[in-house]
Design a protein around this ligand. Structure first.
Ligand SMILES: NC(=O)C1=CN([C@@H]2O[C@H](COP(=O)(O)OP(=O)(O)OC[C@H]3O[C@@H](n4cnc5c(N)ncnc54)[C@H](O)[C@@H]3O)[C@@H](O)[C@H]2O)[C@@H](O)CC1
Ligand SMILES: Nc1ncnc2c1ncn2[C@@H]1O[C@H](COP(=O)(O)OP(=O)(O)O)[C@@H](O)[C@H]1O
Ligand SMILES: [K+]
Length: 461
């Protein structure tokens, strides 16, 4: 955060009666001691105060500063350049705001002043959905020690602004001992998964991926996923494509071998042994023709190893929900929000969405990747992972095809399905961040994502 922007400004600090309010009072003291003009507004100060509040209240009283008890009738008027600090409620809020606290938050939101929220924007709930609730709309949120799940959900986007994590020195062994349903996937996490390539290894050590993709007019999806697969570390890659798509594929991705469908424009059957392939990715650009649909059914019935399932293969599944039970255990589904809604329903808030994904992942013994900003990976053992790489430059056609190729290639190398999903999503986002740094979010394309995979420190920085 550009802290310098806030130097020598006036501050209005709104404090609730709990520990969050206590943090606000401590901030007021420190700002006062460093010569800033500070006004402190207390909400419900007569109600039960936490001990942290009381301690910090006493300390603040010893420093000259203005402390005002807020009454319903008198909301304060503030100069336009006063910085508002929101220390009304933090993680202790257990229900939606009402009465005066709601009125106060609505009032602060109507002002054009810059707002810094402490720990959580007041009104946001930590463990429940905040969809449709009243909460502070902050420009910046200074949160303590850990990212809160609430900052990872699209429905909360307008509330927290830029999130900064402040280290308050909680002991690492304490943090490691806390069992959580959700994990953040960052570089450290990835370094615990990644396998080194041994010096004496050969292509046979890195598996053989089969990408089943494309139809007439949608060969681009097949090319993107095949090229991404080639750059994910797989030893060998074969693309199964409609007959008319072979030349396109061979010219675009000469390192890949081709299997040629008996149909010229669609995918309709596989008449060869699938044993040599160590992973299969199916879906990008395949369409939903009858023959393709029957072929998918047959494949689901016959194939036993985990598959990566994307795009039209997901759409076919959503039209035939009974087939979900045929998915080989460990299979990885990669729906974007619309595909997810078609598969599992429409009217869910973001928390319901991720909880449903966890439940379905458990029941069907599969992995569900809910794509978006902070892509969520639901695993069958009940854990969910939020990704930390990626950016809005990736919100373009073709980005998902690249992800399918990457995950299929990682799965081919012998990574466990959970690991392949997590590593693939992280790598894809890291490539997106590299592409954005090089070309900018507006102009970068899915092809640039593939190009950006070729970065030596992609997984180590
Ligand atoms: N390890 C930690 O947990 C730390 C927590 N800290 C601070 O402590 C905060 C949590 O403090 P608290 O647990 O005291 O909780 P809060 O200060 O967030 O709020 C609790 C107060 O709000 C009241 N309340 C709850 N829901 C309400 C509603 N809908 N309407 C009106 N009043 C409502 C409660 O009765 C209680 O008085 C964190 O957000 C953070 O700011 C930090 O001081 C550092 C360490
Ligand atoms: N705002 C964003 N931040 C981070 N990643 C994003 C963002 N928008 C899209 N992406 C990523 O880009 C990919 C888009 O996939 P998808 O919608 O299936 O594209 P397509 O089907 O056109 O290939 C997903 O992996 C998604 O996570
Ligand atoms: K707050």
């Amino acid at each position: 955060m550009a802290y310098k922007k806030y130097l020598n400004k006036n501050f209005a600090i709104f404090c609730g009666p709990g520990n969050n309010g206590g943090d606000g009072l401590a901030i007021a003291r420190l700002l006062s001691l460093s010569g800033h003009a500070v006004q402190v507004f207390l909400l419900n100060s007569a109600s039960k105060r936490s001990s942290d509040f009381d301690i910090n209240y006493k300390c603040l009283k010893e420093v000259a500063s203005v402390i005002i008890d807020l009454k319903e009738i008198s909301l304060p008027s503030l100069a336009a350049d006063t910085i508002i600090i929101d220390a009304i409620f933090g993680t202790g809020l257990n229900r939606s705001l009402d009465g005066f606290s709601k009125q106060l938050v609505e009032y602060i939101n109507r002002l054009n002043n810059k707002v810094v929220a402490i720990d959580m924007p007041s009104g946001l709930l930590t463990d429940l959905s905040s969809k449709g609730l009243t909460a502070i709309k902050a420009n910046n949120t200074l949160t303590f020690q850990c990212f809160k799940a609430a900052f990872l959900l699209p429905e909360n986007e307008e509330y927290f602004g830029n999130v900064h994590i402040l280290d308050i020195n909680l002991h690492p062994s304490y943090l490691n001992s806390v069992e959580t349903t959700f994990e953040l996937v960052d570089q450290q996490f990835i370094s615990s998964i990644i396998k080194l390539r041994k010096a004496f290894s050969h292509k046979g050590n890195f598996g053989h991926a089969l990408i089943i993709a494309g139809s007439y007019g949608k060969m681009g999806a097949a090319v993107l996923s095949t090229k991404a697969c080639l750059q994910s570390g797989a030893g060998l890659v074969t693309a199964h494509v409609p007959a008319k798509g072979v030349e396109i594929m061979q010219i675009s991705a000469p390192e890949a071998m081709c299997r040629i469908d008996t149909q010229s424009e669609i995918i309709s059957n596989i008449d060869y042994d699938l044993k040599p392939y160590t992973s299969i990715g199916i879906g990008p650009g395949i369409g939903k023709e009858k023959m393709t649909t029957s072929f998918l059914y047959q494949l689901l019935k016959d194939y036993q190893k985990p598959m990566v399932i994307d795009a039209d293969a997901l759409n076919i599944l959503s039209e035939n929900p009974d087939w979900l039970s045929l998915l080989p255990p460990g299979s990885i589904l990669t729906p974007h929000p619309k595909e997810y809604a078609r598969l599992f329903g429409n009217d869910m808030n973001d928390l319901e969405k991720i909880n449903t994904a966890l439940q379905k992942a458990h029941d069907l013994k599969i992995i569900i990747i809910l794509k978006g900003h902070h892509t969520f990976i639901a695993t069958p053992d009940g854990k969910g992972y939020f990704n930390t790489t990626g950016n809005a430059g990736m919100a373009k056609g073709g980005s998902g095809d690249v992800l399918t190729g990457i995950i299929t290639g990682i799965l081919a190398q012998g990574y466990k399905p959970n690991e392949a999903a997590i590593l693939g999503v992280y790598m894809h986002g890291a490539a997106g961040d590299n592409a954005a740094a090089k070309y900018g979010m507006i102009s970068m394309t899915a092809t640039d994502l593939i190009e950006a995979l070729k970065t030596p420190d992609l997984l180590t920085k």
